[in-house]
Design a protein around this ligand. Sequence first.
Ligand code: APR
Ligand code: PHB
Length: 393
Amino acid sequence: MNAQRTQVAIIGAGPAGLLLGQLLHREGIDSVVLEATSRAHVESRVRAGVLEHQSVDILQAAGVGARMRREGLLHHGIELRFQGSRHRIDFGALTGKSVMIYGQHEVVKDLIAARVQAALPLLFEIRDVQLSGLESSAPRVQFRAEGQTHALECDFVAGCDGFHGICRSYLPASGVKLFERVYPFAWLGILAAAPPASQELVYALHEHGFALLSMRSPTLSRLYLQCAPDEDLDGWPDERVWEELQVRLATRDGFSLTTGPIQQKSVTAMRSFVVEPMQWGRLFLAGDAAHIVPPTGAKGMNLALADVHVLARALVSHFRYGSDDLLRRYSEQCLHRIWKVQRFSWWMTALLHRFDTDNDFDRRRQTAELEYLASSPAAQQSLAENYVGPPLE
Ligand code: APR
Ligand code: PHB
């Protein structure tokens, strides 16, 4: 068996794991990042694409913001569309802040490039991760790579291995509480080589359900449709996807979608999930390993980045000053933000989707809420301040 030592073993090379490695490196703390899949896989996986203003600041301060600043699209508002009319929510006027459109896999590419450039350990296609000694001061990570078993001795383990990872299972069932809501619908998402038909994101509610027009660049559109959780993509040839998007996004003033070749099509489940606490012994969970939000508020990646921002500061405090106060408060501090964001993501989801259980009262109430948002600066302020992101504490 090959044995190595590091200060922080990071499981998972998504935005959470990679940013944590980068933040620690800048503070002189060493880490090893272990990823189950390949570099090509994590660099091409199309996921979220909206960065809150402080996520932009975190990436910039971590020294990985140059390409994002060049290629990202700064957005100062979004549009809400219902009953054929458009209503702009002006983030600039309401909050003085903006968001950045920049794909999650671009963030991942930038973080991997920085890690490779600094020649820091990042292992892909590793198997069978097992953790031990989490309640001691010397945890151990065992894994397989290239047919051999390896052991990594460390001071801390960061569980950044996403919702389907293994780290969460090391929290003792009797010591944690899980919170979950599964929604009775999913999103059918496409990535298309077509110039976006709107300069800003459009969130639409139609009789048929939710639709979202988003983008990745001036030539790439990203669009979504509310669909059944078990929707069969075979029933959605490209023409049907475009037709349905056009129906749900139509306006009385004649909005027309720009179409183009569909490069990718997938169905994303919708779930709200939180585990409390996010820590056990020397294991700290961050990102999707600890919580999931439905994508309506575009918060998943932002929460992951906010968690590791807090975790990195706590680890620096431990290694540099010998103080564990911030580590002790890690879970509580993150959960405060997470529940704020859970509420917002649930609210945006409820506002903009058709539920099977809706009765006439629910429909009228939903329309009244959209009309209130369209007409009330106070209601818009609440949406805007949550969308651009609550401040980091
Ligand atoms: N061992 C090593 N790596 C693992 C294991 C394992 N047992 N299980 C999962 N992984 C890897 C996955 O392959 C993935 O690359 O952990 C990584 C987790 O990354 P993400 O799922 O991107 O999670 P996170 O970094 O928390 O980022 C959250 O991802 O799902 C989106 O909407 C979500 O935008 C949010 C973001
Ligand atoms: C995306 O571009 O993928 C996206 C944008 C906004 C959302 C969700 C996803 O709310």
